[in-house]
Design a protein around this ligand. Structure first.
Ligand SMILES: [Zn+2]
Length: 249
């Protein structure tokens, strides 16, 4: 493996190579429209990339560069991402597949219960804002049951959806997947758009699905945002102070 994440992906390891009580990072994404220019799985890709970079930065004990080494307490391992999320607000666009709050909640709870048998901590790394109420519920239950779970948002700021921020992130991760059809969508603030969105989803306020304006997006900006989010994750993991909603900051 030469991608710089060797040794941190749970799926690459054999069971004797999972020792001690590592922290399991679980990227959580969505399959939802991201404008005419970004792939449907943008949120999962971003969450997985942030988790993978954080694991390399902050968690892998020295000497683990290939399969064969064991990981231990304090190490960060990255689970295969949860690719589906709660995306009802995007269902006006083809390609969107939402499993909704209840199914996602059960999935996260059962995943957390199972992983907590060997993982010291379970940290959901969320790439989609619409998953937040579900994460609060699922993590709340896991914590109530005595499992050390938390969640963290990949929230670099910027515009709301498929605008400059997410376009920059995808240009950094995989420029070939960014179509040239960039166009501004509705650039009003989310607060102003919410009433119309609650009634008719994103399609009611943006014909192309974009909330924001991709112009000015660049791979350099995306790289900076990814590095900042990964560093934030490492620092938040080191502090490990989940707030009342189970969120790490
Ligand atoms: Zn997104």
């Amino acid at each position: 493996m030469t991608d710089g994440t060797s040794g941190t992906a749970l799926g690459d390891r054999a069971w004797p190579e999972v020792e001690g009580r590592p922290t399991l990072l679980v990227p959580v994404g969505s399959v939802e429209q991201h404008g005419p220019h970004l792939p449907l799985d943008t949120d999962a890709r971003v969450a997985a990339a942030v988790a993978a970079r954080a694991a390399v930065l902050g968690g892998a004990p020295a000497g683990i560069t290939q399969s064969g080494g064991a990981v231990g307490s304090g190490a960060l391992l990255v689970a295969p991402p949860v690719g589906y999320g709660a995306s009802g607000e995007h269902e006006g666009f083809p390609g969107t597949v939402s499993i909704g709050h209840e199914a996602l909640r059960l999935l996260l709870v059962e995943l957390g219960r199972s992983a907590a048998r060997w993982a010291g901590r379970v940290l959901f790394v969320n790439g989609h804002g619409g998953n937040v109420p579900t994460l609060v519920d699922a993590v709340g239950l896991l914590r109530y049951e005595g499992r050390d779970a938390a969640w963290l948002a990949c929230a670099p700021g910027g515009d709301a959806h498929a605008g400059r921020t997410e376009t920059s992130l995808m240009l950094a991760l995989d420029p070939a997947c960014v179509r040239p059809e960039w166009a501004a969508g509705n650039t009003a603030s989310l607060g102003d758009l919410l009433p119309a969105m609650r009634a008719g989803g994103v399609a009611a306020v943006s014909a192309n699905g974009v909330l924001g304006d991709p112009s000015g997006a660049s791979p350099d900006e995306g790289e900076r945002l990814l590095a900042a989010m990964a560093a934030e994750l490492v620092a938040a993991h080191a502090r490990w102070t989940p707030d009342t909603s189970g969120r790490l900051r």
